[in-house]
Design a protein around this ligand. Structure first.
Ligand code: ATP
Length: 135
């Protein structure tokens, strides 16, 4: 079984650090699947769930809020603005964030800054809810 070391870090903490069999992430230019030995790569990341195949073959999802994925010959790094494992996600908080964002979207005219900010907040909340609920 081949593995590659993966670190998922935010400005605040190391969220995940272990060897994995595979990383599937939503890059700015489309989904990327990283296996050990992948050629070097840097891509932006969308607000999304990163899917990991762990050493034991099980699957782990991590909610990431933007940032970058870097593949080096011997290491994969995800540098995210925020990232949470499913069990770290406060579902009530994410529900409240979703409700706030939906109310702002309904109140603001399209294409202005508030609309875009509310849209991103909604994406973060929905992503967290999906990861927390294992979807
Ligand atoms: P909120 O409005 O609830 O703060 P947000 O989307 O604006 O949500 P972020 O700015 O993306 O929050 O994240 C700020 C910090 O709070 C990060 O450390 C992030 O991991 C954490 N965080 C945000 N929402 C949750 C949540 N539902 N459960 C656990 N941690 C969260």
């Amino acid at each position: 079984m081949k593995t590659v070391p993966l670190e998922i870090v935010t400005p605040e903490r190391i969220v995940f650090s272990d060897d994995v069999q595979m990383v599937i992430a939503r890059g700015g230019a489309g989904d990327v699947g990283i296996l050990p030995g992948h050629t070097p790569l840097v891509t932006t990341l969308k607000i999304s769930a990163v899917r990991l195949k762990l050493k034991d073959g099980s699957e782990q999802h991590v909610a990431v809020t933007g940032g970058f994925l870097e593949v080096k010959p011997q290491k994969v790094t995800i540098l995210a603005e925020a990232a949470e494992l499913p069990e770290e996600i406060d579902i009530d908080r994410a529900e409240r964030a979703r409700e706030r964002a939906e109310a702002r979207l309904a109140a603001s005219g399209q294409e202005n800054l508030d609309f875009r900010r509310a849209e991103l907040a909604l994406q973060r909340a929905v992503n967290r809810l999906q990861v927390a609920k294992g979807k």
